[in-house]
Design a protein around this ligand. Structure first.
Ligand code: 5GP
Ligand code: ZN
Length: 139
């Protein structure tokens, strides 16, 4: 499979490794948003979170928290941290192998999210119960 992160898992292309166990590898993002930007990936390929085994799903957040704590303790500038997964191309996913970004944040680091037109529209609240019901039915 022509997946760049699978190649990293297999050691076919190099990475700056932070952590490895039988299920996961964590390494430095090649284009860090801030110093200390780490990617945590399951070794077994899945493009989307929904394709991950339950076992992997249950382990990924505890592991991300541990690595995040290590980043905070390391002396790297880190006043806060973004834990981000872009799930699907439309959500901004560029590499189609699940990866969790750990991005150290500090004030005025220039990393911003854009919000759509209509964000904070006063009519939004009227839609919330209907949408919550749609999700409850689908659950
Ligand atoms: P996303 O798919 O969530 O948009 O982001 C993919 C991330 O993977 C980017 O932050 C990008 O810099 C990183 N990346 C892409 N190719 C490589 C690579 O070959 N090695 C490493 N270490 N990071 C990569
Ligand atoms: Zn892959």
């Amino acid at each position: 499979m022509d997946c760049i992160f699978c190649k990293i898992v297999k050691g076919e292309i190099p990475c700056y490794k932070v952590y490895e166990d039988e299920d996961f590898i964590a390494f430095m993002d090649i284009n860090p948003i801030n110093n200390g930007h780490v990617l945590v990936i399951p070794k077994k390929h899945s493009e989307l979170v929904s394709g991950l085994d339950k076992n992997i799903l249950s382990k990924i957040m505890p592991l991300a928290e541990k690595i995040g704590s290590a980043i905070r303790k390391s002396g790297i500038k880190c006043e806060g941290m973004n834990f981000e997964i872009f799930d699907g191309k439309t959500a901004g996913q560029e590499v189609p192998h699940v990866h969790l970004h750990l991005i150290p944040r500090f004030s005025e680091d220039g990393y911003e999210h854009k919000y759509p037109a209509g964000y904070c529209d006063p009519n939004t609240r009227e839609r919330l119960e209907k949408i919550a019901e749609q999700i409850r039915i689908a659950f």
